[in-house]
Design a protein around this ligand. Structure first.
Ligand code: HEM
Length: 237
């Protein structure tokens, strides 16, 4: 007798049960997605999720750009020109990455403003704020390192000025400037260093920090707005 043909539901369910039994990963999505949130939250509480979405767009478009980009003094600008003018849909991918970066910074300020004005940084969410503050620094560093990569006159001189400003900071300034330049002078190695920081080190730090930030958000829940009747008041136990 031929074995019974599985129904479409079973075709999905059986592999999911297999993974769940061995790893518990399937039920993890319930913990991540199905959480109680205050009744009176609004669109303002979606800015964090908008940031995650924008970050994912930056990662995907960044990976596509890295497939064509050459981090060398002679090749950088030419590879950017090739991406924009000749690679299939290169203009779109580059445009999404460039405008996405501006969108990311705008959303970052809006999200930070929202949590500040609603007092969401107060006890017990101080660590959520602190991890957010580190994320803010990392995103600013992404902007700095990304700007040089086009390697035209504007990118070059803007980066020279930014590195020189860093160099004027007390005590650590000269070390930071020398680290960024890879030696006393701006050279081709500066471009390689910025590229490696921009596409490996800093995004790695951002991914780790977003993970910690979200863990804290899930653990502590989202705050009600200050005008909410349900919001905990100072002195509540
Ligand atoms: C890559 C950057 C960031 C991402 C992806 C991110 C993501 C999120 C998400 C998804 C939430 C929960 C939903 C919401 O309230 O919107 C959240 C909450 C929060 N974030 Fe961020 N965030 C980022 C940057 C920051 C920054 C720069 C700060 C402040 C310096 C910050 C402080 C907070 C705080 C205090 C909460 C808790 C809000 C509450 O409980 O109501 N975040 N974040």
């Amino acid at each position: 007798m031929a074995p019974p043909i599985p129904t479409p539901k079973e075709v999905v369910q059986i592999p999911l049960d297999w993974v769940e039994e061995r790893s518990g990963l399937v039920s993890l999505h319930k913990y991540l997605l199905f959480r109680n949130v205050p009744k009176d939250i609004s669109w303002l509480q979606t800015l964090g999720s908008a940031l995650i979405t924008t970050f994912m767009i930056q990662v995907v478009t960044g990976i596509l750009l890295a497939m064509y980009y050459h981090p060398t003094a002679d090749g950088a600008f030419e590879s950017i020109r090739y991406i924009t003018d000749e690679a299939t849909l290169g203009w779109l991918v580059r445009g999404m990455h460039k405008w996405g970066s501006s969108m990311f910074v705008i959303l970052l300020f809006l999200h930070m403003g929202r949590v500040f004005l609603m007092g969401s940084y107060k006890y017990p969410r101080e660590m959520t704020w602190l991890t957010g503050a580190i994320l803010f620094q990392l995103v600013m560093f992404m902007s700095l390192t990304g700007y040089l990569l086009v390697f035209d006159q504007r990118a070059y001189w803007a980066s020279v000025v930014a590195i020189n400003i860093n160099g004027t900071a007390p005590i650590l300034g000269p070390f930071i400037a020398e680290f960024l330049k890879v030696g006393p002078e701006f050279s081709e190695n500066t471009l390689s260093r910025f590229y490696s920081l921009h596409m490996l080190a800093v995004p790695g730090g951002i991914i780790a920090m977003i993970g910690l930030h979200l863990y804290l958000v899930i653990r502590l829940g989202v705050t009600s707005p200050p005008w909410s009747k349900h919001r905990a008041k100072a002195g509540d136990v």
